[in-house]
Write a protein that binds this ligand. Structure first.
Ligand SMILES: NC(=O)c1ccc[n+]([C@@H]2O[C@H](COP(=O)([O-])OP(=O)(O)OC[C@H]3O[C@@H](n4cnc5c(N)ncnc54)[C@H](O)[C@@H]3O)[C@@H](O)[C@H]2O)c1
Length: 385
């Protein structure tokens, strides 16, 4: 099957193209294809990849798509590349016998990673699992560097408004929140941050952001962006208090960081679509909030991921998949592993030539002095980049 080229460069396309070029058979299920994914779905279909996804899926549709991907027509996947853990959990609950063919699970999202560690604690993992979300290259590029650039682009495309001088509330100051806050500050926004973790809160202070509680500032902010990976961070009660014209959007993986479900089922609040993926929520007194992308990832909805980030993510995931697939039995148990440090470094090294970057080589003397191998790994697993 190798060698087929897809016409489009998106994360899924590059991942799937590389997998098929390695001889893998691939099935893809997605939850609610975003507008930017329409073309990619068409390209995948054209290339003969089985896709189970469409827009405006119901919950039932979503599980049907995952089931077709996991177990139908004598299809037995031996590697799951998951994004959120739904496929992994479905395999466990619905098709435990099919999982005997499973050599590994690769998880790329923080929510899915949490779920993997929970399964591991209960000794319920079906196969060795690799947490690529926390690999340095994946997390820094997908979460920090990419979000730092794409939030400005997404807000501009969605609202066509000036960002300078706007009061922005960023909920969560992990890698995504850091990228978002720092980018918006750089274009002149006045950024406040909410955090539950004192270390991240201190980091926000050190970068010049005010650390606040949502209730204390909600009445005055112009833009609210959730980046927590948590649920109901912005509630209906918060939105009741927000000022008219406030933009509400989410950068986290799940669409429940903003409680739009309650808002949409509230009597008296009307929703009006003003353009693709931009809605007004209208209160009986005429107040309007601008809700972007129906609470889904705002950057993914309005912009495309840069090819460098795609390449790094795909590279990390493929290396993890190959490692679990070819590992001799016994190397990995039914547990959750981080990507071996050497592979993280290898991913970085492969991308350095793009920037004409030249690494310094350790001398023999320095190698001995630091107690390292000349070819790496250059840092211990606990090193914080
Ligand atoms: N939009 C994108 O392109 C993109 C890219 C990567 C990750 N993500 C998603 O963004 C989310 C955040 O990712 P991350 O890597 O920054 O995770 P992270 O765990 O590093 O950061 C999340 C932060 O939110 C804080 N938090 C949790 N609950 C909170 C609450 N109620 N109020 C305030 N702060 C709270 C946590 O303490 C943490 O510091 C995840 O859902 C992730 O999947 C999105």
């Amino acid at each position: 099957m190798g060698g087929r080229r897809l016409k489009l460069r998106n994360k899924t396309a590059v991942l799937i193209e590389t997998l098929i070029s390695l001889g893998a058979q691939v099935r893809w299920a997605a939850c609610n294809i975003y507008s930017t994914q329409n073309q990619i779905a068409a390209a995948l279909a054209e290339a003969g990849i089985s896709i189970f996804a469409w827009r405006n899926q119901t919950e039932e549709d979503f599980w049907w798509c995952i089931d077709r991907t996991l177990h139908s027509d004598n299809w037995q996947p031996n590697i799951i590349l998951d994004d959120g853990g739904d496929a992994t959990h479905r395999m466990l609950s619905e098709f435990p016998t099919a999982s005997k063919y499973l050599k590994g699970v690769i998880e790329q999202c923080v929510t899915g990673v949490h779920r993997l560690y929970q399964l591991s604690k209960l000794e319920k993992l079906l196969a060795p699992a690799m947490n690529v979300y926390d690999s340095v290259m994946k997390s820094k590029f997908d979460s920090y560097y990419c979000c730092r650039e794409s939030i400005v682009d997404a807000l501009k495309r969605a609202t066509d408004s000036m960002l300078g001088g706007k009061q922005v509330l960023v909920c969560g100051y992990g890698d995504v929140g850091k990228g978002v806050s720092n980018a918006l500050k750089a274009v002149g926004c006045i950024v406040s941050v909410t955090e539950i973790d004192p270390i991240c809160a201190m980091q926000a202070c050190m970068n010049g952001h005010k650390v606040v509680r949502i209730n204390d500032v909600i009445q005055s902010v112009d833009i609210i962006i959730t980046c927590t990976g948590n649920k109901n961070v912005v509630t209906k009660a918060h939105m009741d208090k927000a000022k008219s014209g406030c933009v509400v959007c989410n950068m986290g993986h799940s669409n429940n960081e903003i409680d739009l479900k309650t808002l949409k089922s509230s009597k008296g609040i009307k929703f009006e679509m003003v353009r693709n993926n931009v809605e007004h929520a209208i209160w009986p007194d005429g107040k309007r909030l601008i809700v972007l992308a129906d609470g889904q990832l705002v950057n993914m909805t309005f912009t495309n991921i840069p090819s460098l980030v795609i390449s790094i993510s795909a590279c990390t995931q493929i290396l993890a998949a190959v490692e679990l697939y070819v590992a001799p039995s016994g190397r990995y148990k039914k547990d959750v592993y981080l990507l071996p440090k050497k592979m993280d470094e290898y991913t970085a090294a492969l991308h350095l030539p793009i920037f004409q970057a030249k690494l310094t080589e350790l001398s023999e003397e320095q190698t001995k002095y630091l107690g390292l191998n000349k070819q790496g790994p250059f840092k211990p697993n606990y090193y914080r980049y």
